[in-house]
Design a protein around this ligand. Structure first.
Ligand SMILES: [Fe+2]
Length: 391
């Protein structure tokens, strides 16, 4: 059997379904698959994704032609199923290309293209972070992937039982992607400072918040590695802000409307930096789906807006805050030595109960990274597993 054609990417496309029949029309190729599903592939989409070396750069696998290089009325003139399982398509500009059936199936629209759903939670539904064995995750890429997927789906996930090792936090984070540095350093230590530039560096209670709402794009991920904790108190208080926002969308639509439209500004209060970020508390996309939150009560700058906007925005912020402080939404747990807690800083709010600084030692290291790197690593690990199971 001859090899299947390359695809215009580096992904691995298993052939789980056979092509049963092809229906050729000028504008589109329609494939009926062995499971009875049908997919339609537009002529221009097929043509510009042709794996031939002129259309797709043979090394970079990126598109090497622009849309204007194809005739507006370009059409399909023929299509055949090859013995290899590839589909050969001929276009009106004279090109004949072969397409990988796994790629055609995997990139097709079936009317249900919703992303993997996130699991939103209250305290009763998720009293503790999803937790994985730390040493096992470091040894076994499948466990490591389980941890990353839980982080994506729940917005928080923990490794337990890690050894105490300098540099281990950065070593683990860089297995996912690059560290995102901030004015707090490449890595920071949550410790008590005499002259703190953040309340994080005190032993006081911290209201739930996201970090760095003062940035144009607040950092997507935060990792906290507990090296030592023998203090009393200081529990982590975590809230799924997407759950809070969705509950408000249903129960308090006026407040929700303010949360998605009224813009707050946040500024850090340091002596040597002046970061400012602006945005609504709840960020939504064109479909209304929530994509992030920008909530931090103690870094809010005075709102510059008409009085009536200030009035409604304050009401809405207060209502959001009341839910975020409610035990109904709060996951509360201790940081134990050897824990690595990862969370989505643009979804899950974190806070802290106050602790007795004289009653023991507390040493927690932190690093930031971004969501994109998490998503990319999940995809590439899955790609690797598909390649391994195909070989
Ligand atoms: Fe924080």
């Amino acid at each position: 059997m001859t090899a299947l054609p390359i695809t215009p990417d580096f992904d691995v496309w298993p052939v789980d379904h056979q092509v049963q029949s092809l229906d050729v029309a000028a504008e589109a190729l329609t494939i009926t698959w062995s499971d009875g599903r049908k997919s339609a592939h537009h002529a221009l989409l097929l043509r510009e994704n042709s794996p031939d070396p002129v259309t797709t750069h043979p090394k970079a696998r990126e598109m090497a032609i622009g849309p204007e290089e194809l005739a507006e009325d370009l059409c399909i003139t023929g299509a055949d199923l090859q013995a290899s399982g590839a589909i050969s398509v001929t276009f009106s500009d004279g090109l004949t290309s072969e397409y990988h059936p796994g790629w055609l199936r995997g990139t097709a629209w079936f009317g249900d293209d919703t992303p993997e759903p996130l699991v939103l939670w209250t305290a009763a539904e998720q009293p503790e972070p999803p937790t994985f064995n730390g040493p096992a995750a470091l040894d076994d890429p499948a466990v490591f992937l389980d941890w990353l997927e839980a982080l994506h789906v729940y917005g928080v996930a923990r490794l337990r039982g890690l050894p105490q090792q300098d540099g281990l936090l950065e070593q683990i984070v860089t297995r996912i992607g690059p560290v995102r540095e901030s004015n707090f350093g490449r890595q920071y230590v949550l410790e008590i400072k005499d002259d703190p530039d953040s309340q994080a560096y005190t032993s006081g209670a911290l209201l739930q918040h996201i970090d760095l709402p003062t940035r144009e794009l607040p950092f997507g991920l935060q990792f906290l590695y507990t090296r030592e904790n023998t203090t009393t108190g200081g529990e982590g208080l975590y809230v799924d802000a997407y759950r809070v926002a969705e509950d408000m969308r249903a129960a308090e639509p006026e407040h929700f409307q303010s949360l998605v439209t009224d813009v707050w500004e946040y500024n850090n209060r340091a002596k040597t930096s002046d970061y400012r970020g602006r945005g609504p508390v709840v960020e939504t996309d064109a479909t209304g789906a929530i994509t992030g939150v920008r909530y931090n009560t103690f870094l809010r700058a005075p709102m510059k807006a008409p009085l009536e906007v200030q009035a409604r925005a304050y009401k809405a912020y207060r209502a959001f805050s009341a839910r975020a402080q409610s035990p109904e939404y709060q996951m509360k747990f201790r940081y134990e030595a050897g824990d690595l807690l990862a969370f989505d800083n643009r979804r899950v709010l974190h806070g802290r109960a106050g602790y007795d600084a004289k009653g023991g030692a507390r040493f927690i290291e932190g690093i930031y990274a971004d969501r994109d790197d998490l998503h990319s690593r999940i995809r590439t690990l899955k790609r690797q597993f598909r390649a391994d199971s195909a070989s």
